[in-house]
Design a protein around this ligand. Structure first.
Ligand code: SF4
Ligand code: SF4
Length: 334
């Protein structure tokens, strides 16, 4: 992952958080994935809470901080405070000048996202895809990239002029602008859909976007006939109930017929980006549960379903899986 941030603040640009030129997590194959700020969900299990706001932010990493408070001395806007040895940034006062993270010797402060022009992003994409072995694939991810509005649509149009074989747009279908959503569907080769519920109460517990808008977007997606690659987060105590997964799989089967792949994503409790408010440190998903969930998907006819999760959720699992560092993948053909 590459992080960016030169401290410039402009409008009419896109707010990019970072990119991964060898992503295997953002759609089929190895892809260049760009991560844009902004999400229409505020899930309590979010692993990247710094992607949620449609604005650049400053990240404070307590484990790097040596509490010399040079950042506070350097900030001309008096936007930084020390509250019980915690560095707190006042977003109202901060003008994102960059002085604080530049003076920090230990990378205790870092920018999360910055305003980048469309031309700069296209140059970045051009450079990175030239390093790819064809077919060249790009994912515009987030968050919900379309929360940045029509400039994102313009970027999609500009990327179409490059020698890219496959462009995916990540989304949770939480865009409250139907015209923008429909135009985006026309401009992309497919949608990487983050889907975890079709229950009104659950949706409204994590989003301010009306449930009816969400369902309308899913309907537009279905009639667009664009290929859909679905990711379902399997979060213990929240989305792992068999009936929840069964209902979701039935919905996908009946309502999203152009689904190419369903991926159950295991929650990663030891991620460095985890939301400190929500710890599932001691909650594991058993191998039996994973097999059961994958079997449910298969039973309703979603053959292209696989699990992708963290090894610690599969302690002592008697499964045929391959291990790469601390990750594991397996395809189910049950
Ligand atoms: S300058 Fe860096 S190390 Fe020093 S108090 Fe600020 S965040 Fe911590
Ligand atoms: S970016 Fe500039 S204004 Fe914002 S907290 Fe840092 S030094 Fe202060």
């Amino acid at each position: 992952m590459n992080f960016i941030g030169d401290g410039t603040q402009n409008t009419g640009k896109l707010i990019l958080y970072g990119w991964d030129n060898l992503s295997t997590n953002d759609g089929p194959g190895v892809r260049l994935a760009l991560y844009f700020k902004g999400c229409s969900l505020y899930c309590p299990w979010c692993l990247n809470p710094f992607l949620q706001k449609v604005m650049p932010e400053i990240r404070w990493k307590s484990t790097n901080c040596i509490h010399d408070f040079e950042c506070i001395k350097e900030c001309k806007e008096k936007a930084i405070r020390n509250i019980n040895n915690t560095i707190v940034i006042d977003e109202e006062k901060c003008n994102f000048c960059g002085a604080c993270w530049e003076v920090c010797k230990r990378e205790g402060l870092k920018p999360a996202g910055d305003y980048i022009s469309l031309e700069q992003i296209v140059s970045l994409v051009e450079y990175e895809i030239n390093l790819q072995i064809p077919p060249r694939s790009v994912t515009l991810g987030g968050g919900e990239p379309l929360l940045q509005g029509y400039p994102m649509l313009n970027l999609l149009g500009m990327l179409k002029t490059l020698p890219i074989n496959h462009i995916l747009l990540a989304s949770c279908a939480g865009v409250d602008n139907q015209e923008l959503w429909q135009q985006a569907l026309k401009s992309t080769d497919g949608i990487l859909l983050h889907l975890f519920t079709v229950d009104k109460d659950v949706w409204q517990s994590v989003s301010n976007v009306p449930f009816e808008v969400y369902l309308r977007n899913l309907h537009d997606l279905a009639i667009s006939e664009k290929p859909v690659y679905i990711r379902i987060p399997i979060v213990p105590s929240f989305t792992n109930a068999p009936e929840t997964i069964y209902n979701l799989c039935m919905f996908i089967k009946k309502s999203l017929p152009h689904t190419k792949q369903v991926e159950f994503r295991g929650y990663v409790p030891n991620s460095s980006f985890k939301n400190p408010l929500f710890s599932l440190k001691d909650t594991n998903i058993s191998s039996e549960e994973i097999i059961k969930l994958c079997s449910l998907a298969h039973e309703v006819g979603l053959k292209e379903t696989h699990w992708r999760g963290n090894l610690r959720t599969l302690d002592n699992a008697p499964l045929n899986y391959s291990i790469s560092e601390n990750k594991m993948d397996f395809e189910t053909d049950v």
